[in-house]
Design a protein around this ligand. Sequence first.
Ligand SMILES: [Mn+2]
Length: 333
Amino acid sequence: MNVARTNEPAYAGGATFAKLPLVLDPGELTGADVAIVGAPVDDAVSYRPGARFGPRAIRLADVSGGAPPSRPHLELGVDPFEVLTVVDHGDAEVVPADKEASHRAIRRAVAGVVEAGCVPIVLGGDHSIAYPDVGAVADRVGADSLGLVHFDAHADDADELYGVRWSHGTPLRRLVEDGSLHGRNIVQVGLRGYWPEPEVFAWAREQGFRWHLQVEVDERGIGPVMDDVVGSMRGLDHVFLSVDIDVCDPAFAPGTGSPEPGGLTARELLTAVRKVALELPLAGMEVVEVSPPYDHADVTALLAQRVVLEALSGMALRKLGREPRPERDGGLV
Ligand SMILES: [Mn+2]
């Protein structure tokens, strides 16, 4: 089932991700490689709200139309939609102002995707959704074989934030506590700013977390840092990729809840996500903290949409098992 005409432009018609077929029944997901799931919640934020509008904005932040979608990646030389079967599974059945019910709905939706044999790509939503979405993947594959690559300005492993234990600043703590993730299988990139406090980092060290501060990216470059990130996940059969859009500088991602100056460029994030998807066995992914009310000219939503396209492109090339074939100028080949 298509939701768009063959030549329908991006700005016309329906609003599934890349105008992909909408498949709401989890029983009909079998055979798909990837399912996009929206998690429109922002009840757990500590500063600006608005991420509940993220999934819709990310889906709409597309410039190419038509169905089936065609997105030939100029650097990798692969069209992910030719290689992978991708569907849009709609949004989890969240309940306004009921964080627990919404988390249960997100967990249920992601579990349905995973049980169908698909990789879930979850569009947030505030970062509290990591608890149910990473948790649903962990329920399926087990903590021993599951790694987490986490891009974020913030470590999100505090025990509480303003006294709240189920916050967008605490999901990693809850995931480790309940046995969904081992700290030694977590690597974080882009941390900076003024939170959390040293006691939280001491706890993370005890758990075996690894992290690369933004200043390390500044000093060494994103390439060498990502080589280490990928290396740290070697041997794990499943990797969840969590991208908090605030890992990017507010110049590149102004539409977010807790912006922190001095972050990654859009280009660095796209390159890094591509590498993770190409070199590691992705079992799930989330893009979180896009807050459209604070966005300008769709800058942040466009970036988040491309983050998903980069991941799909990397996964597609990984499936083909061949080298990238960049569309370079003839003189540069
Ligand atoms: Mn976060």
